[in-house]
Design a protein around this ligand. Structure first.
Ligand code: HEC
Length: 225
């Protein structure tokens, strides 16, 4: 527990600096079979958990490889298992789960002024640990033709972007905010890693299919459909 209090103090002192980092190969760290179609009853590390943890915990100034507050790096499967002290099958005995569900804001991760993780994210992490905390992945059957705000784009943003973009200089926490970066070119500039834009999602990645869905949504006028 002591380490985590130390992390907390560091985070409070340093706050979250916004330093650009070049996204490296921070995949799942091994040969993961992605051919199986996603089952709605299973939580998958690569699809569900890694993007959540990268955007909520492994952001610059916090638990990314460059900042590693108190040497806790949470940017890939093996680091998350060991530094998050994950006990497969036992969320309540897993440090990572303990700190995201601590009722006392002084002990909670992410620390204030950030809010606690949304309940659905906490539930996903609990279920993944209960199911054995595997390094698993699935084929989401992504269809690049499906690109509506409500069913597609807003969901990708909440998993892969909101942890970093619910505060700070570039907000993506409402339809209007996303529409602004969609229409001024910054959204696709950064998702397509074009020169002159910060490559996004920082520290993580989106599938080509998901990037195509963003492109289609923007080309259709970034509507709230
Ligand atoms: C780990 C943290 C992190 C994640 C995850 C992340 N971003 Fe960012 N993003 C940043 C930072 C830091 C900046 C720089 C601006 C700032 O300081 O807020 C930025 C900037 C941007 C910009 C402006 C780029 C420019 O060059 O003008 C866009 C657009 C953007 N992000 C979109 C996204 C989208 C879309 C996602 C999800 C698919 C995402 N980001 C995920 C941290 C992140």
């Amino acid at each position: 527990m002591q380490r985590f209090y130390f992390v907390l103090i560091c985070v409070l002192v340093v706050a979250c600096e916004h330093k650009p980092v070049v996204p490296g190969d921070k995949g799942t760290g091994g040969n993961v079979d992605t051919s199986a179609i996603c089952s709605p009853d299973t939580v998958y590390f690569a699809n569900d958990i890694l993007p959540l943890i990268i955007s909520n915990c492994a952001m610059p100034g916090c638990h990314d490889a460059a900042s590693h507050q108190d040497d806790i790096v949470l940017d890939n499967y093996s680091n998350i298992m060991s530094n998050g002290e994950i006990r497969p099958g036992r969320p309540d005995n897993s440090k990572l789960y303990e700190v995201i569900t601590d009722n006392d804001p002084d002990n909670r991760m992410p620390p204030p002024p950030k809010s606690a993780l949304p309940q659905d994210a906490i539930d996903k992490i609990a279920k993944w640990i209960q199911q054995g905390a595997k390094n698993n992945a699935c084929n989401s059957g992504c269809d690049s033709a499906k690109a509506s705000w409500t069913n597609d784009i807003s969901k990708i943003i909440s998993t892969s972007c909101l942890g970093c973009h619910s505060s700070g200089n570039v907000l993506l926490n409402s339809y209007d905010a996303v529409k602004t970066v969609a229409l001024n070119g910054r959204l696709m500039g950064s998702l397509n890693h074009m020169p002159g834009y910060l490559p996004m999602p920082q520290g993580g990645s989106l599938s080509v299919c998901d990037i195509n869905r963003f492109q289609k949504w923007v080309n259709n006028g970034a509507k709230q459909d």
